[in-house]
Ligand binder design. Structure first.
Ligand SMILES: Nc1nc2c(c(=O)[nH]1)N[C@H]1C(S)=C(S)[C@@H](COP(=O)(O)O)O[C@H]1N2
Ligand SMILES: [Mo]
Length: 532
């Protein structure tokens, strides 16, 4: 009698859709989490699309032909819908597995996470971070599945264990309906959140993918005025020294954007207005039709601490900002270019810094490629000699000609100085602070910059002794940094070394320490070494 009851109960339970629902909701939450986690990484890192794209890339030619013949231009849509149905079915199975044979459902979901990791890691240009969204998705899937299944109450008894006890394990009808209510609320809540998060994240990823594709199609013109080649002597051949050129991947990034703005070349416009003779709006094609200048310029952030690395040197391609201003005609009396990015960040640049002959560029290229998305694609400013917060607007779309007496830019309303000429600085790059070295020759190396004035000398002193000259690399231009090295005859004990730069006007770097706010840090960088 008892055994019949149990069997009947379990077969009724088995047909309950709750475990299937739990599986579908868990996998849905996993996919949504995967999309969300892909946003800061790359559209290619989305587990769903990575797996889908791998299927497309690896399916035999015959299958592809069949898909194109059957579905036509909708072949990819058909694939993703087909994948969705397949995933939903497998997700339902995972739910039953987790209910009947725990933790088999979790194991299957984890295996799918792994599949995502493999697919995302094999996309073109993938970095290790491509694996993260799939890991997040796998973890979220397993956690949600376990929570939901646990809310269904004790698993149905195994029909083979035929003892009276199982009848007592059965939840009372009232308790069972509690489980049901809690389960429905939890599953419904998670499903709703997953839909919202998934849809929003997908839209952001699609926008990013659109801009990535747009960027891949950009053909940059050759510069009419090219950057002089880098002389061999500009590079310091010491291990651990900073390279003269900073790659796009290594270039520091500073902005207020929570989400990198997505602006295609087709959407881009620059509106020039305010104190001008005539309002002008430039399109991407208008800009690219203008003669381009290419320059190597070192860019620095005002937040850089003494010895810090918020500074980089790249080859920029763009139109001189002065020539763009001339299209509109700056009226006399105005002294500020108030530029605005597509995400509403503003920056006030002295017009004098744009018209005094320095290479202020409205840039479209960085180190030979279109600007990377996070460095301002498709168009940004670069002004030699000024900190980024008063000059280097990324994703720039609006120029207003005005006066410092009338307008305030983003950081100037937040306690930072209105003007931001870059302060001369020098820093140590090697060896690392606090390291131990044998007595004798120790090669110390670093970097110095005095943009738009030029570094004349770098000096090093040991334990506050006399300043001694360091060896400098060949100067590229007054707008770029210089590397230096100092061969130190180290004696036993603890020693502190300091460095300072002297600019082309004979002015030494400010020794008194000042924190970055409000107009840039000053002070000497130092390193302490133990010589044994
Ligand atoms: N749109 C926008 N542009 C911006 C910023 C910003 O927050 N938003 N930050 C500026 C600052 S403070 C610096 S130092 C430089 C940094 O440029 P990078 O990220 O390409 O190194 O960008 C400038 N341009
Ligand atoms: Mo900055």
């Amino acid at each position: 009698m008892t055994s019949t009851t149990v069997r009947r109960t379990s077969s009724r339970r088995a047909s309950s859709p709750a475990p299937a629902l739990a599986g579908v909701v868990a996998v849905g939450a996993a996919l949504a989490a995967g999309e969300l986690a892909a946003v800061p990484v790359s559209p290619d890192a989305s587990p769903y699309f990575a797996v889908g794209s791998s299927v497309v890339d690896h399916s035999p030619e015959a299958v592809r032909k069949w898909a194109i013949e059957t579905f036509g231009v909708a072949d990819k849509l058909a694939l993703f819908i087909g994948m969705g149905i397949l995933i939903a079915v497998l997700a339902a199975v995972c739910g039953y597995l987790e209910r009947r044979r725990p933790p088999l459902g979790s194991v299957v979901i984890a295996a799918f996470g792994l599949l995502g990791v493999l697919a995302a890691s094999n996309r073109p240009d993938a970095t290790w971070t491509n694996a993260l969204p799939s890991i997040v998705a796998g973890v979220v899937g397993v956690v949600v599945l376990r929570i939901l299944i646990s809310q269904l109450g004790p698993a149905p008894a195994n029909p083979d264990e035929t003892d009276g006890g199982s009848a007592e394990d059965e939840p009372k009808p009232a308790a069972r309906s509690d489980f049901t209510r809690r389960f429905v609320l939890t599953a419904g809540g998670i499903a709703a959140a997953a839909v919202v998060v998934g849809v929003v994240a997908r839209r952001v990823l699609a926008d990013t993918a659109g801009v990535v594709a747009d960027r891949a199609r950009v053909l940059l013109p050759r510069a009419a005025d090219q950057a002089p080649p880098v002389p061999a002597g500009a590079e310091l051949e010491v291990s651990g020294a900073t390279p003269f050129m900073t790659s796009n991947a290594d270039f520091y990034r500073i902005d207020t954007a929570l989400q990198v703005p997505t602006l295609t070349t087709g959407e881009w416009r620059l509106r020039i207005h305010g104190d001008v003779d005539r309002e002008v709006t430039l399109s991407w094609d208008d800009l690219l039709a203008m003669p381009m200048t290419e320059r190597i310029v070192t860019l620095a952030c005002v937040s850089n601490e003494v010895g810090g690395d918020l500074v980089g040197n790249a080859k920029w391609l763009g139109v001189p900002m002065r020539e763009v201003l001339d299209l509109a005609g700056v009226r006399p009396g105005s002294d500020m270019l108030l530029s605005t990015s597509v995400d509403g960040w503003t920056c006030g640049t002295p017009i004098s810094a744009i018209t005094d002959g320095r290479d202020a560029l409205l840039a479209v290229g960085m180190n030979g490629s279109p600007l990377p998305l996070e460095h301002g694609y498709p168009v940004r400013q670069v002004v030699p000699g000024l900190y980024g917060y008063v000059s280097a607007t990324k994703w720039v779309v609006d120029w207003e000609i005005t006066r410092f007496s009338e307008a305030k830019a983003y950081w100037s309303t937040r306690g930072w100085s209105e003007f931001g000429p870059i302060k001369m600085a020098s820093r140590f790059d090697r060896p690392a602070d606090g390291t131990e070295h044998p007595a004798g020759e120790v090669v110390v190396a670093g970097t110095a910059w005095a943009q738009h004035t030029g570094v004349e000398r770098v000096e090093v002193r040991v334990d506050q002794g006399p300043w001694q000259p360091a060896e400098l690399t060949t100067e590229y231009s007054i707008d770029t940094w210089r590397q230096w090295k100092f061969v130190w005859q180290a004696t036993k004990g603890n020693h502190t070394l300091e460095c300072r730069a002297i600019d082309r006007q004979g002015k030494p770097q400010i020794e008194r320490y000042q924190a970055p706010a409000p107009d840039g840090a000053s002070g000497l960088d130092d390193r302490t070494y133990t010589i044994v």
